[in-house]
Design a protein around this ligand. Sequence first.
Ligand SMILES: [Zn+2]
Ligand SMILES: [Zn+2]
Length: 254
Amino acid sequence: MALRICCDQPCKKYPPCRKLRRLEQILKILEAYIKLVKNSLNLLSFPVGSFACNCSILFSSKTREALIIDPGNDQDFILNAIKQLDIKVKKLLHTHAHFDHIGRSSEISTETGATLHLHKDDQFLYEMLPQQGLYFGQKVGAPKPIDFYLEDEETFSFEDEEIKTFLKTLHTPGHTPGSCCFYTEYFDSPHLFAGDTLFQQSIGRTDLPGGNSHMIIKSIKDKLLILPEDTTVIAGHGPETNIYFEKKNNPFLC
Ligand SMILES: [Zn+2]
Ligand SMILES: [Zn+2]
């Protein structure tokens, strides 16, 4: 079962989006969601932190194992959600090392014991987290070392026997050198967690350190547009989209 709360812009699919912005309201949804889930693999996506980074929690309703893609920069919110969902977070995966996606992962890792995963080409940005935090007006200490470097095509599994190799890593450099997307075919339609590589009718900016405008287009065309057209794209910020819509309507790709 997949529940996606997209709050940045009004959308027809989820009309109450704007009303869901407040933390308490989202947590109420979480509580109700826990009572509903029956499937083995579940997905909960919602914006978190001052820049509304779309965070995704994948978890097994059988074993309660979980992994989080882009926990963002608000550890109180995420730790509260983990408590409400009563899940054991094993891994924190990151699409890239910008502060709004990874800013409080060290704290979340310390609290939960979850391992930190990031592509090695973003290590230089990760080491700059204290400076990035200042840019966002937030004080950040030196981050914990990354436990595992993400590899292209690397897959992830849960101990739940019904959920094996459910998630695949796609290295998609361009927004940053170590940008990655994650892909799963476990739901009604495939899902792509695109980080800041692909947005609804837009692409990630490439004017920040390590960005490359040629590379991001190549990554999207070679790795993302070849995915099934009904793939739901959960972008790093803003509303969801799908591969078919972007092929037809994204001005950067047409
Ligand atoms: Zn970014
Ligand atoms: Zn971002």
